[in-house]
Design a protein around this ligand. Sequence first.
Ligand code: SF4
Length: 174
Amino acid sequence: MPQTDHLKTDCSKCAALCCLVLAFDKGKDFAFDKNPCEPCRNLSGHSCSIHDRLAEEGFPGCVAYDCLGAGNRVVQEVFAGQSWQTEPRLTRVMMEAFSGMREVHKRIDLLRAAGTLPLEPQDEQARRDFLARLEEHRWSGPELNDFEAGLALEIDIFFHGLGKSLPASFRDAL
Ligand code: SF4
């Protein structure tokens, strides 16, 4: 595991990207509808104005959500701590980078978890190689935009190729 665990979420180093980018529907998890890429009406700066009572206010979905460190990594590594709120011209590229980094971190999570599977030696080596490529790379915005159609696809094909040795929980996550 790297010295800094990229999957550790730190909202204090983010710019409330999940509260901007993600959509949700009114129901048991959220008290109102929110469109994708629309700042949540409960957002105050980079903080949630109802953070200490989210469940009581009808937002258990926000309590349960974890970006796996994608938000803080995008803001700090890709945008050097800048925010779409003070630099509105960055809004679109920050949203795109957050979406790409979520996909990177989702696969880091899966590749780490696959370390517990009884893989053939060549598959275990491939798993380690993919993981190293994702964890050690310093991503740029354009690279994150290309991730899903490139390396993410290679990783998904690797997982599908594991066939029966892949538990259903992994298949569902892909
Ligand atoms: S309710 Fe709070 S945590 Fe949930 S999306 Fe809105 S601002 Fe973010």
